[in-house]
Design a binder for this molecule. Structure first.
Ligand code: UDX
Length: 443
């Protein structure tokens, strides 16, 4: 099929390349000329395992191209809207200005019978409002949320756990069933290989589809904050939150995933999505229903305070003299994304308190340096640790999990402390190598 993808950020760029790889003719559009130029040259504008290879392969195959002008997508049969919905300045709500602009532009040029598919994460009720803008154009609107995780974006796009299509709610007995809509057949044709593999597919109304996305993220954020709240209790009682998570996670109803206590969640999705969801509930007069999300956010942010406290405690009198090595700046491993990153936030706060911070990350250094040029940066963990009194592990890159405490002890400062902000190191091994070990909720 002829497909357009409007917005070539994380979601859109990966979606465009993935759709080309399953046989569609794809044009990706963005207003950012530099980004489009890079994508067109086969350069990934962000770190994502497997993406650049896929991009190059699809550009070479001739089915994928990128452009800056929206008029170039006129002939597409299906238009995906994948623009960002950031948190508004000075508030909790999502800013849908880019979604509105993309749909208005499509309304002016889309051919009758084409389908507009929203993938951006939006406040519930947005699709119904956008459909009005599309009315005169003769295009149907489908809401098809995306659940991709950074670091696994290619795999999550090509092998999703489920497909959710939200379509215009029908008037019972008058219109065809939701399943019988022509726009559903069009999206089925786009995702034909996934459907042939038996990927679960749910066809529902717009509001449900919009809510599936934000409620999934709210649930994941709540699960992480739950275990981090248990970490707070564990810290006060001498209990071990990792063992606790293992034990409760064995209950199949609970499950062990997303129960890793540490410095909490960050990134371009979970923090802003729970805030936007709570803000939307308030607009609907249902603030109480999602008031717990404010607690989820507060617990998450308190974990950052805790790490700062642990580091200052370890430095004691040596606060202004001794070096602190920060391992990890990205919001999670296998990503160079520093949006709302707990790691970068902690590094910057320590620096602001007068601590001599030397930070490193395998992929996010350039992004961090661009944002906070005054922080000290080095290329490797070995350089960061040299002479450091305190080492803080904040992003659990495989390289950092595998660090050898004996080798590092030889170059670190006197009686060093390791603060394991992700609970991924073995306390006994580090202690045996001469480190004071401090974890998150580990006794
Ligand atoms: C998330 C959702 O998983 C994805 O489905 C959605 O589409 C976008 O948002 P992503 O932001 O890539 O994806 O990251 P995710 O893997 O969910 O991790 C989010 C944050 O939670 C990271 O900062 C991670 O370090 C943290 N986390 C995750 C924990 O602190 N503990 C855990 O147990 C799991």
């Amino acid at each position: 099929m002829r497909i357009s993808v409007i917005g070539c950020g994380y979601l859109g760029a990966v979606h465009a390349a993935a759709m080309a790889s399953i046989g569609h003719e794809v044009i990706g559009v963005d207003v950012d000329e530099e980004k489009i130029a890079r994508l067109g040259r086969g350069e990934a504008p962000f770190h994502e395992p497997g993406f650049e290879a896929l991009l190059r392969e699809q550009l070479a195959g001739g089915r994928l191209r990128f452009a800056t002008g929206i008029e170039q997508v006129r002939d597409a049969e299906v238009h995906f809207v994948t623009v960002g919905t950031p948190q508004v300045a000075g508030g909790w709500a999502a800013d849908v200005v880019h979604v509105d602009a993309a749909v208005a532009a499509l309304a002016a040029i889309a051919r009758p019978g084409s389908v507009v598919v929203g993938k951006s994460t939006v406040p519930v009720g947005t699709a119904a409002r956008l459909a009005e803008a599309l009315e005169g154009a003769g295009s149907a609107l489908v809401w098809n949320p995306e659940f991709l995780r950074e670091g696994f974006a290619v795999r999550d796009t090509l092998e999703p756990d489920r497909l959710v299509y939200g379509v215009r709610p029908g008037a019972a007995g008058v219109e065809p069933t939701l399943e019988g809509r022509p726009e559903v057949a069009a999206i089925d044709a786009v995702y034909a290989p996934m459907i042939a593999r038996g990927t679960p597919r749910i066809v529902t109304d717009w509001a449900t589809a919009e809510l599936v996305k934000v409620s999934a993220n709210a649930f994941l954020a709540t699960k992480i904050s739950f275990i981090n709240a248990m970490a707070e209790i564990a810290e006060a009682t001498g209990a071990d939150v990792t063992t606790l998570a293992d034990a409760i996670g064995l209950d199949a109803r609970i499950g062990r995933r997303f129960l890793n206590a540490g410095v909490g969640f960050g990134g371009g999705c979970l923090p802003k999505d729970i805030r936007a969801f709570a803000a939307r509930a308030e607009e609907l007069g249902l603030g109480d229903s999602l008031a717990f999300l404010r607690e989820v956010d507060a617990i998450n942010l308190r974990r950052r305070d805790r790490v700062v406290e642990l580091v200052l405690d370890a430095l004691g009198e040596r606060r202004s003299d001794d070096r602190v090595a920060v391992l990890g700046l990205a919001f999670k491993p296998d990503s160079d994304d520093i949006r709302d990153s707990p790691a970068l936030d902690i590094a910057v706060r320590l620096h602001g308190l007068g601590v001599d911070v030397v930070a490193t990350d395998p992929a996010a250094l350039d992004n961090a340096r661009g944002r906070y040029p005054r922080l000290g940066y080095v290329a490797t963990a070995a350089e960061a640790v040299r002479g450091a009194a305190v080492v803080v592990l904040l992003t659990e890159w495989a390289d950092y999990r595998g660090l050898d405490p004996v080798t590092l002890r030889a170059t670190a400062g006197d009686s060093p402390t390791i603060v394991d902000g992700r609970n991924v190191l073995d306390p006994a091994t580090w202690r045996a190598a001469g480190w004071a070990y401090r974890g998150m909720g580990r006794g």
